[in-house]
Design a protein around this ligand. Sequence first.
Ligand code: ZN
Length: 206
Amino acid sequence: MRPNDETHNALNDLLRRQDRNGKCIWRTVGDNRVRASHAALEGDERSWVQSPEPGEEENCRCWAEVVPEIVIRKNACKDLLQNLRIERSTLEGLTNDLSKAIAKHNPALKDWQVAVKKYKEILIKYIQDASSVADPSKIGVLGTVAVLVFEYPEVQAAQEKVDAAKDRYIGIQENIAYLQKQIDQVIKEIKKLEKDKTDMKCDELI
Ligand SMILES: [Zn+2]
């Protein structure tokens, strides 16, 4: 058919009216008079509602090749299956991360408990030392000062270890909660995609 004649335009109009949700492929006549912006669109899959439509602009000889519904459905299924593969591999990664985080959970809790125990021991020692120097007449003022100077950094260091162990433990707990939330979302997405797959009868198409 000669592009840009009455029949050609009428046919394009008819196709547009027929299936506004359908798809078409932009085709050019392929000679050197095709404007560059349209030559760039050659072979592109477009929806009918996308503007401009082939043949719509002045002196445009481009035309729309109808994409059969079965091809549209097949392509949609391919995209869906690809998304399913991506989501499933994401789920696998997240599940591995969760196992690793859970494996770290109990040792981290134990580390924290050990740090607390050591801190308490040091604190008790410090308090005993402090009470033994409560009476400066026993070891003198200098002795009291020495006890405080030498013992206090030890208490502080033990306290810092407790804080670090606690932060690490809380970090692991937060990571576990975050991963569980992500996993829930991915599972929800997979269920949705699987339902779409059934609804779209992808197993019959591909
Ligand atoms: Zn054109």
